[in-house]
Design a protein around this ligand. Structure first.
Ligand code: BGC
Length: 771
């Protein structure tokens, strides 16, 4: 497996300039702050291969769908989070020759992502003319404390060069997405403003009419002293720049700090954007680089204090888990319920930046255990606010009476995925959204959420399951026909065990919660009934029939649940029988061959056993794991983590560790040869779960936290932070003992490998580990 970056506990380091893998590094070294994100593109001109990417959360464009054979009901568009106006631009010319790392002579090059403090450093030495050189040191961060602020400190030191440097500090809204269906550009200019020392561009998106104001100002020092420069102003369509020349002598150090503010109409009235961005520039630049950086680092300090995972004895694993935690926190801060988590976050265009079931199934459990309750709550509210639209989505497909189908991909609640087997068939996503409400409830105990919001969503989803099930006279059973399960290498199948299991579970969960609300909060219950026109007796009467009679495929001899009807008609063989030069199969095999084969893209039956492992004994889980794991090719990033968690649950620590490494270093080691498109942000949450729920065996059952800890042989110890109902604690596992540090002032009740413990507020408890 290739490893391009130095192994270090807190840093990702790239030594030497590798233009052939620049896209990969641009993804790996991305920075973000939940509100915006930036790939590691260079500030200066770069004519080599690059995926330019700067993104503002929630600013998207509905790009007209492009498919070969249009089918009724297809979404009109695939929404795309847009490549936003470029804010990082600083062009440099040396003695009149533009600096371009693709064509200039570079003597050394280094990129460092500091995950502890949240910044990107880049340094290189430029050979100017034979033996004269300049050293560049560039630091960039997107402030965690002031989310609209981006800061670049751009330093140039003359090692032995005497001559002229020209700086062009600019903003540019003439940008495009690589992944457009019709090659269009999606930004129009609204206005621009420029003066010596500042510039502002306001651009708007076509169709969606989001307005984004990008403003810049800068500060320039030579050898530590402020220098006031008289720039030439460049003012043309979609572009503003300040350009100035300066003489440099050997030993001089020139430092330019570029302050940027990015405001959007999501949070500002359009008419005020120009004034607001100018006001923000004054505020940010007068705060100054040092203080902004200090406040930004302090925010990262707070994040790490509540979510760090420490692994002793395995630097590769340590670096990987921090990389994942870092990027998850760069992507989502949970402050705005209109925002969500795209599978690639702010690191690329793939998946359009839309919201997938990944959020509920993977990202939510991470934020439930690492962040304040409001953070996961905002993820749920996002879906609550999309309930009406989900009812419309279902109506477009012929469902009635308030049945809701949440979208497979969305930015505004409307389905926008345009592959039929995914758009229409992966209805299991509805189950993940129902399960998320349960998960939130058991972690937080926030029963008000259920009565105020959750129950309405559950009614809509239950109505959908009810209408989606078909009665089969032949089998005298209900069936759910024509679906795609999580394993996308099977389409249009009948009775996917995972989907059917979720359907039954949702119906039961909805009934029991409605009964509870009717008893404990009758006023709220009446409101729910009024809003949803719910008829308890009639509707739940029908639901109960499906609960007792929905077909669940299984094979008694093998003691396994069957992924779908007819699964055993396939030729069953292990993935190890596929020649290595044919992997990944999705890049080598025809779709026909993939669909016929038994090979599984990602956890499917096992995904269901992960969600409902409480309902099955370890032996059942083991039989299913041993049947499905050998056939699974893990060609979705969401797969290995789930398998790793289950491998731990059945006590197979070596397999769990092997699968953990695969998920943890998926991007750093570019397992699937696609990191150039962006990072797998949602699966990063799965990696974290593979430690906490996998090795740590953390579960919440019956209002209590349970652990069933194991430790990989190679590790000396590991410890993680987690939260349960407002209690933050740290759990450490070594080969001989467990240590629980309660970091709150409330008592924590725990079950560890079947024994009960109470750890008082601020207490540190050591427990001898029973092997
Ligand atoms: C997976 C889906 C997932 C999507 C986005 C696909 O490859 O099969 O389950 O939702 O990627 O991460």
């Amino acid at each position: 497996m290739k490893t391009n970056y130095e192994k270090n506990e807190w840093l990702i380091v790239e030594n030497g300039f590798h233009p052939e893998r620049n896209r990969e590094s641009e993804s790996i070294f991305s920075i973000g702050n939940g509100y915006m994100g930036q790939r590691a593109n260079f500030e200066e001109k770069y004519s080599g291969d690059s995926l330019k990417g700067s993104y503002v959360a929630g600013v998207y464009y509905p790009d007209k769908t492009r498919v070969g054979w249009w089918k009724n009901g297809y979404p009109d568009y695939f929404a795309k989070v847009l490549n936003a106006p470029k804010w990082i631009g600083i062009d440099i010319s040396v003695n009149g020759r533009p600096l371009d790392l693709a064509t200039s002579r570079i003597l050394s090059f280094k990129r460092v992502l500091n995950m502890k403090e949240g910044y990107l450093d880049r340094s290189f030495i430029l050979d100017v003319s034979g033996n004269k050189s300049l050293e560049f040191n560039v630091r960039r961060f997107l402030s965690m404390a002031e989310p609209d602020a981006g800061v670049i400190r751009y330093s140039v030191r003359s090692i032995d060069f005497d001559g002229k440097l020209e700086y062009t500090v600019y903003l540019d809204s003439d940008v495009k997405n690589e992944d457009t269906n019709y090659g269009q550009k999606f930004w129009k200019e609204v206005t621009r403003d420029i003066s010596a020392g500042t510039g502002v561009l306001i651009a708007r998106t076509m169709k969606t009419d989001f307005h984004v104001a990008t403003g810049m100002c800068y500060d320039f020092k030579v050898n530590g002293k402020h220098i006031s420069v008289t720039p030439t102003l460049i003012n043309r369509s979609k572009y503003v720049a300040n350009s100035f020349k300066i003489k440099v002598s050997q030993g001089d150090e020139l430092t330019l700090v570029k302050y940027v503010s990015v405001l959007s109409s999501l949070n500002n009235q359009k008419k005020n954007l120009m004034d607001n961005v100018k006001e923000r520039l004054v505020r940010i630049s007068s705060t100054g680089y040092e203080k902004l950086f200090f406040e930004h680092k302090a925010e990262w300090g707070r994040i790490w204090a509540a979510s760090d995972v420490v692994i002793e004895g395995d630097v590769a694993a340590q670096q990987a888990i921090r990389f994942n935690i870092f990027h998850l926190n760069q992507t989502y801060t949970g402050k705005d319920e209109r925002l969500n988590i795209g599978p690639k976050g702010f690191t690329g265009e793939k998946y359009g930046g839309g919201t997938y079931w990944d959020t509920e199934a993977f990202a939510l459990p991470f934020f439930l255990k690492t962040a304040d309750q409001n953070v996961p709550k905002n993820l749920l509210l996002y879906r609550y606010k999309h309930l009406d639209q989900s009812i419309k989505n279902a109506a477009k497909l012929g469902f009635k009476n308030g049945a809701a189908l949440y979208p497979m991909v969305t930015l505004n609640g409307e389905e926008c995925h345009n592959e039929w087997e995914i758009t229409f068939e992966e209805i299991h996503r509805n189950g993940a959204i129902a399960y998320a409400i349960f998960n939130y409830l058991r972690h937080t105990g926030d029963t008000d959420y259920m009565a105020d919001y959750g129950a309405e969503v559950l009614i809509g989803i239950s109505r959908f399951w009810n209408q989606r099930a078909t009665w089969s006279e032949k089998r005298k059973k209900y069936m759910i026909l024509g679906v795609t399960g999580p394993n996308e290498y099977e389409n249009n199948i009948n009775n996917n065990w995972y989907t059917n299991t979720l359907a039954v579970w949702t119906l039961k969960f909805t009934i029991s919660n409605l009964e509870e609300i009717r008893k404990t909060a009758p006023d709220k219950y009446d409101k729910i009934v009024a809003r949803t026109k719910f008829d308890f007796v009639k509707e739940t009467g029908q639901w109960k029939k499906i609960i007792s009679d929905l077909f669940m495929p299984s094979d008694k001899n093998r003691k396994v649940f069957l992924q779908q009807d007819g699964f055993l008609d396939k030729e069953i063989m292990p993935a190890t029988s596929i020649p290595s030069d044919e992997r990944p199969i999705n890049q080598h095999w025809s779709w026909d061959r993939i669909l016929r084969s038994c090979f599984i893209k990602q956890a499917d039956v096992l995904q269901g056993l992960y969600l409902f492992e409480e309902d099955h004994d370890v032996e059942t889980i083991r039989c299913n794991f041993e049947f499905y794991e050998p056939m699974t090719v893990h060609e979705s990033s969401l797969s290995a983590c789930v398998h790793s968690i289950l491998a731990s649950w059945i006590g197979n620590i070596d397999k769990a560790y092997e699968l953990y490494l695969r998920t943890a270093r998926l991007d750093l080691d570019d397992y699937n040869h696609e990191v150039g498109d962006g990072l797998h942000i949602t699966s990063m949450a799965g990696t974290w779960l593979a430690i906490v729920e996998g090795f740590g065996g953390m579960r919440i059952h019956n209002n209590k936290v349970l652990f069933k800890p194991l430790i990989p042989r190679k590790w000396k110890s590991y410890s993680f932070h987690a939260r349960f109902r407002g209690i933050l604690f740290e759990f450490t596992v070594t080969h001989s003992e467990l240590v629980i540090r309660n970091l709150s002032d409330k008592s924590l009740n725990l079950m560890i490998s079947g024994n009960e413990y109470v750890v008082k507020g601020s207490e540190e408890r050591h427990i001898i580990k029973l092997q």
